[in-house]
Design a protein around this ligand. Structure first.
Ligand SMILES: Cc1cc2nc3c(=O)[nH]c(=O)nc-3n(C[C@H](O)[C@H](O)[C@H](O)COP(=O)(O)O)c2cc1C
Length: 248
Protein backbone atom coordinates (compact mmCIF):
# COMPACT_ATOMS: atom_id res chain seq x y z
CA UNK A 1 0.00 0.00 0.00
CA UNK A 2 1.52 3.35 -0.97
CA UNK A 3 2.21 5.55 1.96
CA UNK A 4 0.83 9.04 1.89
CA UNK A 5 2.41 12.07 3.44
CA UNK A 6 0.22 15.03 4.17
CA UNK A 7 1.65 18.49 4.32
CA UNK A 8 0.03 21.54 5.78
CA UNK A 9 -0.44 24.34 3.25
CA UNK A 10 2.57 26.60 2.86
CA UNK A 11 1.58 29.70 0.93
CA UNK A 12 4.06 32.13 -0.58
CA UNK A 13 2.55 34.81 1.67
CA UNK A 14 3.61 32.95 4.83
CA UNK A 15 5.90 35.31 6.77
CA UNK A 16 9.50 34.09 7.00
CA UNK A 17 10.87 32.59 10.17
CA UNK A 18 13.15 34.87 12.10
CA UNK A 19 16.70 33.73 11.24
CA UNK A 20 18.74 32.32 14.11
CA UNK A 21 16.46 33.70 16.77
CA UNK A 22 18.17 33.31 20.14
CA UNK A 23 16.81 34.46 23.45
CA UNK A 24 19.28 36.58 25.40
CA UNK A 25 18.14 34.70 28.44
CA UNK A 26 15.30 32.63 29.78
CA UNK A 27 13.76 33.40 33.15
CA UNK A 28 12.88 30.46 35.33
CA UNK A 29 10.74 30.74 38.43
CA UNK A 30 11.50 28.03 41.01
CA UNK A 31 8.88 27.68 43.75
CA UNK A 32 9.57 25.67 46.91
CA UNK A 33 6.05 24.83 48.10
CA UNK A 34 6.84 23.63 51.62
CA UNK A 35 5.72 25.70 54.62
CA UNK A 36 8.90 24.56 56.44
CA UNK A 37 12.11 26.59 56.09
CA UNK A 38 15.37 24.88 55.12
CA UNK A 39 13.67 21.51 54.78
CA UNK A 40 13.93 18.78 52.18
CA UNK A 41 11.91 20.67 49.57
CA UNK A 42 14.38 23.54 49.65
CA UNK A 43 17.31 21.13 49.40
CA UNK A 44 15.82 19.38 46.40
CA UNK A 45 14.85 22.59 44.62
CA UNK A 46 18.36 23.95 45.12
CA UNK A 47 19.69 20.85 43.33
CA UNK A 48 17.28 21.48 40.46
CA UNK A 49 18.29 25.15 40.36
CA UNK A 50 21.97 24.17 40.27
CA UNK A 51 21.17 21.89 37.33
CA UNK A 52 19.33 24.68 35.54
CA UNK A 53 22.20 27.11 36.06
CA UNK A 54 24.59 24.72 34.32
CA UNK A 55 22.85 25.86 31.12
CA UNK A 56 24.21 29.19 29.81
CA UNK A 57 21.67 31.97 29.30
CA UNK A 58 19.36 31.06 32.15
CA UNK A 59 18.43 33.04 35.26
CA UNK A 60 16.49 31.51 38.12
CA UNK A 61 14.38 33.27 40.72
CA UNK A 62 13.82 31.13 43.80
CA UNK A 63 10.58 31.72 45.67
CA UNK A 64 9.68 30.02 48.93
CA UNK A 65 6.21 29.60 50.40
CA UNK A 66 7.62 29.76 53.93
CA UNK A 67 5.65 32.38 55.87
CA UNK A 68 3.43 33.21 52.90
CA UNK A 69 -0.30 33.65 53.33
CA UNK A 70 -2.81 32.99 50.57
CA UNK A 71 -6.52 32.77 51.29
CA UNK A 72 -8.72 30.18 49.58
CA UNK A 73 -10.87 30.93 46.57
CA UNK A 74 -14.41 31.74 47.70
CA UNK A 75 -15.86 31.61 44.17
CA UNK A 76 -16.99 35.24 44.20
CA UNK A 77 -15.75 35.75 40.59
CA UNK A 78 -14.65 39.30 41.30
CA UNK A 79 -11.44 38.29 39.49
CA UNK A 80 -13.41 38.65 36.25
CA UNK A 81 -13.31 42.41 36.71
CA UNK A 82 -10.16 42.80 38.80
CA UNK A 83 -7.82 40.50 36.85
CA UNK A 84 -6.66 39.16 40.21
CA UNK A 85 -8.07 38.10 43.56
CA UNK A 86 -9.66 40.75 45.76
CA UNK A 87 -8.07 39.23 48.89
CA UNK A 88 -4.94 41.05 50.03
CA UNK A 89 -2.26 38.42 50.57
CA UNK A 90 0.81 36.98 48.83
CA UNK A 91 -1.15 35.72 45.84
CA UNK A 92 -0.63 38.79 43.65
CA UNK A 93 3.17 38.59 43.84
CA UNK A 94 3.10 34.89 42.95
CA UNK A 95 0.78 35.61 40.00
CA UNK A 96 3.09 38.37 38.70
CA UNK A 97 6.17 36.18 38.97
CA UNK A 98 4.39 33.24 37.35
CA UNK A 99 3.21 35.30 34.40
CA UNK A 100 6.63 36.77 33.68
CA UNK A 101 8.53 33.47 33.87
CA UNK A 102 9.56 31.59 30.72
CA UNK A 103 9.86 28.29 32.60
CA UNK A 104 8.85 26.84 35.95
CA UNK A 105 10.35 24.55 38.57
CA UNK A 106 7.96 23.39 41.30
CA UNK A 107 9.08 21.35 44.32
CA UNK A 108 6.58 19.96 46.84
CA UNK A 109 6.66 17.94 50.02
CA UNK A 110 4.16 15.11 49.62
CA UNK A 111 1.33 15.58 52.10
CA UNK A 112 -1.51 13.11 52.37
CA UNK A 113 -0.57 11.57 48.99
CA UNK A 114 -0.70 14.94 47.28
CA UNK A 115 0.44 18.54 47.41
CA UNK A 116 0.22 20.60 50.63
CA UNK A 117 -3.06 22.44 51.16
CA UNK A 118 -1.36 25.82 50.95
CA UNK A 119 -0.01 24.95 47.49
CA UNK A 120 -3.44 23.79 46.35
CA UNK A 121 -4.91 27.13 47.40
CA UNK A 122 -2.40 29.02 45.24
CA UNK A 123 -2.72 26.74 42.21
CA UNK A 124 -6.52 26.81 42.43
CA UNK A 125 -6.49 30.59 42.37
CA UNK A 126 -3.83 30.86 39.69
CA UNK A 127 -6.02 28.82 37.37
CA UNK A 128 -9.28 30.38 38.36
CA UNK A 129 -8.12 33.98 38.07
CA UNK A 130 -6.87 33.21 34.57
CA UNK A 131 -9.97 31.31 33.55
CA UNK A 132 -12.23 34.05 34.89
CA UNK A 133 -10.19 36.79 33.29
CA UNK A 134 -10.18 35.13 29.89
CA UNK A 135 -13.65 33.67 30.00
CA UNK A 136 -12.17 30.16 30.11
CA UNK A 137 -10.05 30.66 26.97
CA UNK A 138 -6.52 30.78 28.32
CA UNK A 139 -3.53 32.31 26.53
CA UNK A 140 -1.10 29.68 25.21
CA UNK A 141 1.36 30.12 28.05
CA UNK A 142 3.59 27.26 26.81
CA UNK A 143 5.88 27.45 29.84
CA UNK A 144 8.03 24.34 30.22
CA UNK A 145 7.63 23.09 33.79
CA UNK A 146 9.57 20.64 35.96
CA UNK A 147 7.82 19.11 38.96
CA UNK A 148 9.55 17.54 41.96
CA UNK A 149 7.86 15.90 44.94
CA UNK A 150 9.61 14.29 47.88
CA UNK A 151 8.18 12.41 50.84
CA UNK A 152 9.32 10.38 53.82
CA UNK A 153 7.95 7.11 52.46
CA UNK A 154 9.72 5.76 49.41
CA UNK A 155 6.37 4.99 47.84
CA UNK A 156 4.46 7.73 49.63
CA UNK A 157 2.67 9.30 46.68
CA UNK A 158 5.49 11.09 44.84
CA UNK A 159 4.51 9.98 41.33
CA UNK A 160 0.80 10.55 41.88
CA UNK A 161 1.56 14.01 43.21
CA UNK A 162 3.74 14.85 40.21
CA UNK A 163 1.12 13.53 37.81
CA UNK A 164 -1.57 15.56 39.49
CA UNK A 165 0.49 18.74 39.15
CA UNK A 166 1.31 17.84 35.54
CA UNK A 167 -2.43 17.68 34.90
CA UNK A 168 -2.87 21.17 36.29
CA UNK A 169 0.02 22.45 34.18
CA UNK A 170 -1.50 20.98 31.04
CA UNK A 171 -4.78 22.63 31.92
CA UNK A 172 -2.82 25.90 32.18
CA UNK A 173 -1.41 25.42 28.66
CA UNK A 174 2.05 24.71 30.06
CA UNK A 175 4.49 21.95 29.09
CA UNK A 176 5.55 19.41 31.74
CA UNK A 177 9.13 18.20 31.24
CA UNK A 178 10.20 14.65 32.01
CA UNK A 179 13.37 13.50 33.68
CA UNK A 180 15.87 11.49 31.66
CA UNK A 181 15.66 7.71 31.58
CA UNK A 182 16.68 5.54 33.30
CA UNK A 183 16.91 7.86 36.32
CA UNK A 184 13.40 9.20 36.15
CA UNK A 185 10.48 8.68 33.80
CA UNK A 186 8.48 11.43 35.40
CA UNK A 187 9.76 14.68 36.89
CA UNK A 188 11.69 14.54 40.14
CA UNK A 189 10.41 12.09 42.77
CA UNK A 190 12.47 12.14 45.97
CA UNK A 191 12.78 10.16 49.19
CA UNK A 192 13.52 11.86 52.50
CA UNK A 193 13.88 8.85 54.78
CA UNK A 194 12.59 10.52 57.94
CA UNK A 195 10.55 13.59 58.72
CA UNK A 196 13.74 15.43 59.70
CA UNK A 197 15.09 18.36 57.73
CA UNK A 198 18.01 17.27 55.57
CA UNK A 199 17.10 13.58 55.47
CA UNK A 200 16.87 13.75 51.67
CA UNK A 201 20.64 14.22 51.59
CA UNK A 202 20.95 10.51 52.40
CA UNK A 203 19.37 9.59 49.07
CA UNK A 204 21.87 10.38 46.35
CA UNK A 205 19.47 9.35 43.60
CA UNK A 206 16.90 11.96 44.63
CA UNK A 207 19.56 14.64 44.32
CA UNK A 208 20.84 13.39 40.97
CA UNK A 209 17.34 13.19 39.52
CA UNK A 210 16.57 16.73 40.71
CA UNK A 211 19.74 18.14 39.22
CA UNK A 212 19.17 16.43 35.92
CA UNK A 213 15.56 17.59 35.81
CA UNK A 214 16.61 21.18 36.45
CA UNK A 215 19.05 21.01 33.58
CA UNK A 216 16.44 19.48 31.25
CA UNK A 217 13.99 22.19 32.22
CA UNK A 218 16.48 24.95 31.44
CA UNK A 219 17.31 23.38 28.08
CA UNK A 220 13.65 23.02 27.16
CA UNK A 221 12.86 26.56 28.29
CA UNK A 222 15.50 27.90 25.91
CA UNK A 223 14.29 25.63 23.11
CA UNK A 224 10.68 26.77 23.49
CA UNK A 225 11.62 30.44 23.85
CA UNK A 226 13.86 30.27 20.77
CA UNK A 227 11.06 28.60 18.83
CA UNK A 228 8.53 31.21 19.89
CA UNK A 229 10.90 34.00 18.88
CA UNK A 230 11.53 32.41 15.50
CA UNK A 231 7.83 31.77 14.90
CA UNK A 232 6.45 35.06 16.17
CA UNK A 233 5.16 36.21 12.79
CA UNK A 234 3.31 32.92 12.23
CA UNK A 235 1.82 32.02 15.58
CA UNK A 236 -1.36 33.36 17.18
CA UNK A 237 -1.03 36.18 19.72
CA UNK A 238 -2.06 33.82 22.48
CA UNK A 239 1.49 32.48 22.67
CA UNK A 240 2.88 35.88 23.58
CA UNK A 241 0.69 36.88 26.47
CA UNK A 242 1.80 39.58 28.89
CA UNK A 243 -0.43 41.90 30.90
CA UNK A 244 1.07 44.83 28.92
CA UNK A 245 0.35 43.28 25.53
CA UNK A 246 -3.14 42.44 26.68
CA UNK A 247 -3.60 46.09 27.66
CA UNK A 248 -4.58 45.17 31.21
C1 LIG B 1 0.86 16.70 57.10
C2 LIG B 1 1.91 15.84 56.48
C3 LIG B 1 1.55 14.84 55.59
C4 LIG B 1 2.51 14.05 54.99
N1 LIG B 1 2.12 13.09 54.09
C5 LIG B 1 3.06 12.35 53.47
C6 LIG B 1 2.66 11.38 52.48
O1 LIG B 1 1.49 11.20 52.16
N2 LIG B 1 3.65 10.68 51.87
C7 LIG B 1 4.97 10.83 52.19
O2 LIG B 1 5.82 10.16 51.60
N3 LIG B 1 5.37 11.74 53.11
C8 LIG B 1 4.45 12.50 53.76
N4 LIG B 1 4.83 13.45 54.68
C9 LIG B 1 6.27 13.63 54.96
C10 LIG B 1 6.86 14.84 54.21
O3 LIG B 1 6.58 14.81 52.84
C11 LIG B 1 8.38 14.83 54.39
O4 LIG B 1 8.72 14.91 55.75
C12 LIG B 1 9.04 15.94 53.60
O5 LIG B 1 10.45 15.70 53.62
C13 LIG B 1 8.79 17.33 54.20
O6 LIG B 1 9.43 18.29 53.38
P1 LIG B 1 9.98 19.66 53.98
O7 LIG B 1 11.12 19.29 54.91
O8 LIG B 1 10.46 20.45 52.84
O9 LIG B 1 8.85 20.32 54.67
C14 LIG B 1 3.89 14.23 55.31
C15 LIG B 1 4.25 15.25 56.22
C16 LIG B 1 3.29 16.04 56.79
C17 LIG B 1 3.71 17.13 57.77
Amino acid sequence: MPSEVSQSPETPTQPPLQPAAQPASARILAIAWSPRAKGNTEIIIDEAIAGALEVPGVTVERYSMVGKKVASCVECYRCRELGTCYQKDNFQEILDKWLSADGLIYAFPVMHFGIPGSAKVVLDKLAHVMFAKFNRKLPRFAKPAAVLAQGSSRYGGQEVTIQNVHGGLLMMNCLPVSGDTPGSYIGGPGFSATWEKGSILQDEQSLQVARNLGRRLAEMTLVVKSGLMAMESRLPEGYYFTWQRAGL
